[in-house]
Design a protein around this ligand. Structure first.
Ligand code: MSP
Length: 535
């Protein structure tokens, strides 16, 4: 599955817009790390990239949370939002736009969009009766509920009965068009299992859904009837559009859609798939707008094998995690250890074992010992070797031949774990190569040319590995590059743009002979399990 249009030079990607009822959850950190890695990869590829994230601030859930804390909803949102921004900074998330749905300009976009759907005849007033989960901000079918009227996603919460006049969106009208979209673009929804879920939902018949509320003040007014506020999901999805406005342009749909729409990818969790893969494209069709490129729904994280939840008291705090272990460790664990698309588990013991084995030992030690040998045997410079003279049967050269392309395909598919695993095969081969060739003995035997070839091969393989992993572990990759004598910070977008394109950097043989090597330092310190994180 390769779905990004590789001929297009722009790439826009979004995280969900997170609810601000509480501080950021590890689930929000998970999607955001993945989206940041894709954005970074596309930048390495030479694309002009826009990464969007932000917060979803209206609706009953936020209104109630604010009330319970004795704050106005706006004051509550203003207090919580900086917690997201600072976590993203700690995790080295390099977003380009941060949209808050309470931004004034968003209201104009929602109003204009509502009008389009209204003019298309897709909005009408009717009566809504049903069970509502405030935590999901979604009506539930009676058959979905757990015993004692509990929401299947928020088992500790009872759903609430609603019976009121609402404006409805004519979703039923779009069933055929949606099915045609899924058929024409088989990769519109990924992974496959999620696509099948959506297909069976849509095939079973679509019902119109209500897009206004009468008893929720904390929302945008319905333009045609100010007694109603707009349903939070209708408002939030449009945040993706408002985010595309240039900071100084007028808030019109035309301006918002001029450069980056349709976005290439919405990455979300599996619980909000229906909104993105069914409601959202139908809303866009109603407004006469193109639908997004792709929707990828990832799985859920559990902790020590158990579902995370406040009632279970086992919520993993992303701030504590990054404070304790640093950004690269957290980014690597989530993307390498959990197959994106599947559910996955966090265990602190496993976290430490993986990082020590793969980043400290396999990668870090390989660089460290090779650099020390280069200091000793080659005067602190990259060995003086012409890459063309390294024989084609050199295992590292051989393995690297199409490595960049293979890893790139995995990034395109959001198969981060496979991308890391593929890079690790080269790193592990580097360790074996150095053990087998034993440059220290070659040196004693006076075979200087062989020593240089071995050390060059390993150093170049470490460079290539760190380049390919830079979207995931930007700080470690920058440190490796520095020690190899380059000066690049993979967190600096301009520097990355100027590095040279992916096709030239992702091949073997880039490391310039005789480049002065940097100071040797461990790139990743071994972790110890001192005490486990508080839950
Ligand atoms: N506000 C909506 C999204 C609107 S997008 C226009 C929302 N927000 S949320 O804050 O509740 O959830 C944000 C994301 O976190 C969702 O993609 C959800 O799947 C994800 N996660 C919440 N708990 C999670 C786990 N335990 N594990 C992984 N991700 C989970 O929904």
């Amino acid at each position: 599955m390769k779905s990004t249009d590789t001929t297009k030079n722009t790439f826009a990607i979004t995280t969900p817009l997170y609810y601000v009822n509480d501080l950021p959850h590890v689930g929000s950190a998970y999607t955001t790390i993945a989206v940041d890695a894709v954005a970074r990869f596309q930048r390495l590829r030479g694309k002009s990239v826009l990464m969007v994230t932000g917060t979803d601030e209206h609706g009953q859930k936020i209104q109630r949370t604010a009330e319970s804390l004795g704050r106005s909803p706006q004051a509550h949102c203003d207090l919580v939002v900086p917690g997201f921004e600072s976590l993203w900074q700690q995790l080295d998330i390099k977003y380009d736009r941060f949209i808050r749905t309470t931004a004034r300009r968003h209201e104009y976009i929602v109003k204009e969009f509502f009008q389009r759907a209204w003019d298309a005849g897709d909005i009408y007033l009717s009566r809504q009766q049903g069970w509502y989960c405030v935590s999901c901000e979604e009506f539930k079918e009676e058959r979905e509920l757990l015993p004692r009227n509990r929401c299947p996603i928020h088992a500790s919460k009872e759903v609430e009965w609603r019976d009121e006049e609402n404006y409805f969106f004519r979703l039923s009208r779009y069933q055929e068009q949606l099915l045609a979209l899924y058929a024409e673009r088989p990769d519109f929804i990924a992974p496959e299992s999620r696509r099948n879920e959506v297909l069976s939902f849509v095939n079973s018949g679509l019902q119109d859904f209500s897009i206004s509320r009468v008893n929720v003040e904390w929302g945008l007014p319905v333009p045609t009837d100010p007694n109603h506020t707009i349903y939070v999901w209708f408002d939030a999805l449009l945040g993706y559009v408002t985010a595309l406005l240039d900071p100084d342009s007028d808030p019109t749909l035309e301006n918002a859609l001029s450069k980056w729409w349709p976005v290439d990818l919405h990455a979300i969790g599996k619980d909000i798939l229906r909104f993105h893969a069914v409601y959202w494209p139908a809303m866009l069709m109603s407004a006469g707008l193109p639908v997004p490129g792709r929707i990828f729904a990832h799985g859920f994280l559990t902790k020590d094998g158990k579902k995370m939840g406040k009632t279970e008291g086992n919520i993993l705090d992303p701030v504590a995690l990054v404070n304790k272990y640093g950004p690269d460790a957290v980014r690597y664990y989530f993307l390498k250890e959990i197959e994106f698309g599947q559910d996955g588990d966090f265990s602190e013991t496993r976290f430490i074992n993986i990082l020590n084995a793969e980043l400290a030992n396999d990668l870090g030690n390989l660089l460290n010992r090779t650099l020390n040998m280069a200091r000793k045997y080659c005067g602190g410079r990259v060995p003086n070797v012409a890459v063309e003279n390294i024989s084609g049967d050199n295992i590292l050269k051989e393995m690297s031949r199409d490595l960049g392309d293979r890893v790139a395909d995995f990034y395109e598919e959001l198969a981060f774990s496979k991308a890391c695993e593929t890079v690790l095969t080269l790193v592990r081969a580097g360790n074996k190569f150095i053990d087998d060739r034993a440059p220290w003995s070659l040196y004693k035997q006076g075979q200087l040319e062989s020593v240089e070839q071995v050390l060059y091969s390993v150093l170049e393989s470490v460079r290539l590995a760190s380049y390919l992993l830079a979207p995931i572990i930007p700080n470690i990759s920058s440190a490796i590059y520095r020690q190899l004598g380059f000066s690049i910070d993979f967190n600096d977008k301009v520097a990355v743009d100027n590095l040279g394109n992916f096709a030239t950097q992702s091949v073997w043989g880039v490391l310039p002979a005789q480049q002065v090597l940097g100071e040797v330092q461990p790139v990743f310190k071994r972790l110890e399990l001192l005490e486990t994180l508080p839950s």
